[in-house]
Design a protein around this ligand. Structure first.
Ligand code: ADP
Ligand code: MG
Length: 321
């Protein structure tokens, strides 16, 4: 069942479009990976879904349909209810989101009391259950600890507990493991998958790491310069990319099949918003570009069932390789 679908989302700063033409479909119990280099528009997309864009930016077009209801038209009061009870969100840096002078218990119960009007004892019991659910040992006594008494990985688990406090069906996770070291990163990802299975959560997982996508996602959407370049089932996209940008990202991943040596980077730089080139935005860096790529802006087209690419040449080069 599709829980969240986004249609034709555009985010702008004045007249400048930072993100445009974004469609997403997220189903119950599935993990959708949104990948791309830094600056490609992943975080803005998440913020727009929650209606938490910074005030200087605005949604210039689009629909955000959650359970049949268009959030782009919901009132601010309705959105406060939606955040927390229908969509939860976690971020890259858990420390900056936790209040250092409140105990973990106070911070978790605050949202339960606010959204559900639960009593102190009921919300405390629920907070203990949540900490257990996210794998925090000795949950009952940890409730009275302060954030600084937890490690980075444990703090991210607390953030997940807080995001799930009011049983949302959708979790938006913006680079949730980027600030953690590798072993802790794997544990947090495993926790997210476990919660997906137990709670039927739909997860929108933002990452710049294709290894994380390979481990966790069902679907992958590749963003570049504010647009989706390619989307499809994870396995198919990672095995046989249908966009030169995805190919380039794959070549730059640690562990990719290539001679030993320093990790390659995609040559050139992503254009800043407002200075996007005409035609395909990737063409200045694209080894497969042809003159036509400099002219018209390509839109997503099907190349296989459930697979879309914005490279109009994909069919030809895929057939030749
Ligand atoms: N508040 C803002 N004002 C102006 N430009 C912004 C603002 N926030 C983000 N941007 C620009 O929008 C683009 C996308 O940003 P972002 O969504 O944060 O990228 P990502 O999360 O993929 O790294 C970047 O070019 C960034 O510089
Ligand atoms: Mg980001």
């Amino acid at each position: 069942m599709t829980l969240l679908s986004v249609r034709n989302l555009a985010i702008a700063l004045g007249q400048t479009r930072l993100v445009e033409d974004v469609d997403l479909d997220l189903e119950q119990g599935q993990v959708l990976g949104l990948v791309g280099e830094s600056g490609s528009g992943k975080s803005l997309t998440c913020q727009a879904l929650m209606r938490l864009l910074p005030p200087e930016l605005h949604v210039a077009s689009g629909e955000i349909i959650l359970n049949g209801r268009d959030l782009s038209r919901a009132s601010e009061a309705d959105m406060r209810q939606v955040r927390g009870t229908e969509i939860g969100m976690i971020f890259q840096n858990p420390s900056s989101r936790l209040d250092p002078v409140m105990t973990i218990g106070e911070q978790i119960t605050e949202s339960i009391r606010y959204h559900e009007g639960a009593s102190r004892s009921i919300s405390r019991a629920r907070a203990i259950e949540l900490l257990r659910q996210v794998g925090i040992p000795d949950a009952g006594s940890r409730l009275d600890s302060y954030p600084h008494e937890f490690s980075g990985g444990m703090r991210q688990r607390v953030m997940i507990a807080m995001a799930l406090a009011c049983r949302p069906k959708v979790l938006i996770a913006d680079e949730p493991t980027t600030a953690l070291d590798v072993t802790v990163q794997a544990q947090v990802l495993r926790l997210l998958l476990d919660l997906r299975d137990r709670l039927g959560l739909a997860i929108l997982l933002v990452t710049h790491n294709l290894g994380v996508v390979a481990q966790t996602c069902d679907w992958v959407y590749v963003m570049y310069a504010g647009r989706v370049m390619e989307r499809g089932p994870k396995r198919a996209v990672l095995r046989e990319p249908a966009h030169p940008y995805t190919e380039a990202l794959l070549r730059c991943q640690p562990g990719a099949a290539r001679p030993a040596g320093p990790l390659p980077a995609i040559p050139g730089q992503a254009p800043p918003a407002g200075a996007f080139p005409a035609g395909c935005r990737f063409h200045p860096r694209c080894p497969r570009a042809e003159p036509a790529c400099h002219e018209s802006l390509p839109v997503l087209q099907a190349v296989a069932p459930q697979r879309l690419t914005a490279c109009p040449l994909a069919e030809a080069w895929r057939a030749a390789s």
